[in-house]
Design a protein around this ligand. Structure first.
Ligand code: AMP
Ligand code: ZN
Length: 468
């Protein structure tokens, strides 16, 4: 079965093709780590996780790269405003590096608790200054960038089709009132690649460069790191819709100018989460975090379930009523799974009407393959859950398949009976872990997982569940 996705570049749903057979190279723009991620940001990362899981289920090996912006992102998405990380450092009386590492850690914990698959590579801007400077050099050599007063700017007029992604009219771009006037720019649409002469003369995170001691502009980090880890042909690049007009538009200009061809095939964007009719925004301080939701008695999985109900290209209005509904729906699903499991133990498994399971699976794949139609998948799931013509055994196996994508940890509720051998292995591994013999305990974990059983270390010892 083929995959089809909406490509923002062409504004069409297109068949997904990769450059290298069965390998999908995916780049997702990561967080600017100056504050906690809000649930709007997390919605975008959930969409990207659904995409990644879909590619895997369709047999692709996914190389997934995500950046961490720990330097150089100014308050506005343009080149104006204050530096977000410095502002937080002043507010919290910490160094910019402490701020960046603290919020990065917190973000990664949030991702883990939402059951997001970890990117193959997570890369920090501050650790790629050499690659960033190398790319700037190339852009200068090719005449796409100019140096003035210690700053390096990308010359937008030199790049054909600058508005291809945003489809903005040129005069809309130049008359953007949010951008501070910069007399050094040839054209006010030009954007900064390197700042050594910015208003932040006391910027702590600075590096030497041929253009002066300074720091990179925001957009160049993604171009430099994406091409470092994925090469000059990238299959999919994602982010939230706010990245279309500036950040991704500038990324395309930089990368395509540097390599003389189109670097990214598919651009996919997640729509916004809206709170009380307003865009949820870290810089405006009107946001909720996953920690806030936990304080109100919700699990991360409840929020994930809520997000699954809205297609990634539609705006999602957040309110606690719908979150409550998501919670009770998910909990009732988990209870059913537990009931089915005990039914299986207590009586002989019933039989499904022939072909029923296959039919549900076909509908699942069809919805998934056509631009990630997860809301339809949820309704198919509830149909088979309530279907009396399909056996409990088949329901459990369908739950397994569906949860490969939904990522709700539903299979954790399908606890298999273990052989005495595996039980002893788990005990032995627990002993080794107490003695901090990590290599040996990891080998045993591998052996257990090879038999189809996944382990989960909890405060009360090791638990297990069926492998996806
Ligand atoms: P940032 O940390 O601000 O760079 O944002 C991280 C990711 O969250 C980016 O992909 C943004 O496009 C996305 N994002 C920001 N605000 C929202 C929102 N309200 N709803 C959904 N995604 C968002
Ligand atoms: Zn980016």
């Amino acid at each position: 079965m083929k995959l089809f996705f909406y490509n923002t570049l062409t504004r069409k749903i297109e068949e997904f093709r990769v450059k290298t057979s069965k390998i999908a190279k995916l780049y997702t723009c990561g967080p600017t780590v100056y504050h906690y991620a809000h649930i709007g940001n997390l919605r975008t990362y959930i969409f990207e996780d659904l995409l990644r899981r879909t590619l895997q289920v369709f047999g692709y090996k996914v190389i997934h790269v995500m950046n961490i912006t720990d330097v150089g992102h100014l308050e506005s998405d343009e080149d104006s405003g204050d530096d977000k990380i410095i502002l937080s450092a002043l507010r919290e009386k910490k160094t910019p590096l402490d701020i960046a590492r603290y919020y990065e850690n917190f973000f990664l914990k949030d991702c883990n608790s939402l059951n997001l698959l970890k990117p193959t590579i997570i890369c920090r801007a501050s650790e790629h200054i050499e690659e960033i400077q190398y790319m700037i050099h190339q852009l200068i050599d090719k005449n796409y960038a100019y140096i003035i007063d210690g700053n390096v700017y990308f010359d937008v007029a030199r790049f054909n089709n600058y508005s291809q992604l945003s489809r903005a009219k040129l005069h809309d771009l130049s008359s953007n009132s949010r951008v501070d006037f910069d007399h050094r720019k040839k054209n006010q649409k030009d954007f900064v690649l390197w700042f050594s002469n910015s208003k932040f003369q006391n910027q702590i995170m600075r590096w030497d460069s041929p253009w002066g001691r300074g720091f990179p502009g925001w957009h160049i980090e993604c171009s430099a790191m994406a091409t470092k880890y994925l090469g000059e042909y990238i299959d999919i690049h994602c982010g939230g819709v706010d990245h279309i007009p500036v950040h991704h538009t500038n990324e395309i200009a930089q990368s395509d100018a540097c390599f003389n061809h189109q670097c990214v095939n598919f651009w996919m964007h997640g729509e916004f989460l809206i709170l009380d009719k307003n865009k949820m925004s870290k810089s405006k301080n009107n946001f909720l975090t996953l920690t806030n939701l936990k304080e109100y008695g919700f699990d991360p999985a409840h929020y994930r379930y809520l997000c699954l109900g809205t297609h990634y290209r539609s705006q999602m209005l957040f309110n606690f009523e719908s979150l409550k509904m998501a919670k009770s729906t998910l909990e009732s699903l988990k209870n059913r799974i537990i009931d089915w499991k005990s039914e299986l133990k207590n009586k002989n498994a019933d039989k499904s009407i022939a072909g029923k399971k296959k039919e549900y699976l076909n509908r699942f794949y069809a919805a998934l393959s056509y631009d990630l139609n997860i809301p339809t998948i949820l309704s198919v799931l509830w149909e088979f859950v309530k279907d009396g013509e399909i056996s409990v055994n088949d329901k459990l196996s369908l739950i397994n398949e569906f949860d490969l994508i939904l990522g709700l940890g539903l299979t954790e509720h399908i606890k298999p009976e273990l052989s005495e051998y595996l039980i002893q292995l788990i005990k032995k591994r627990e002993e080794l872990r107490k003695q901090k013999k990590w290599n040996c305990s990891d080998k045993i974990r591998q052996e257990i997982e090879n038999s189809g059983v996944m382990l989960k270390d909890t405060e009360n010892g090791t638990d297990w569940y069926l492998k996806y």
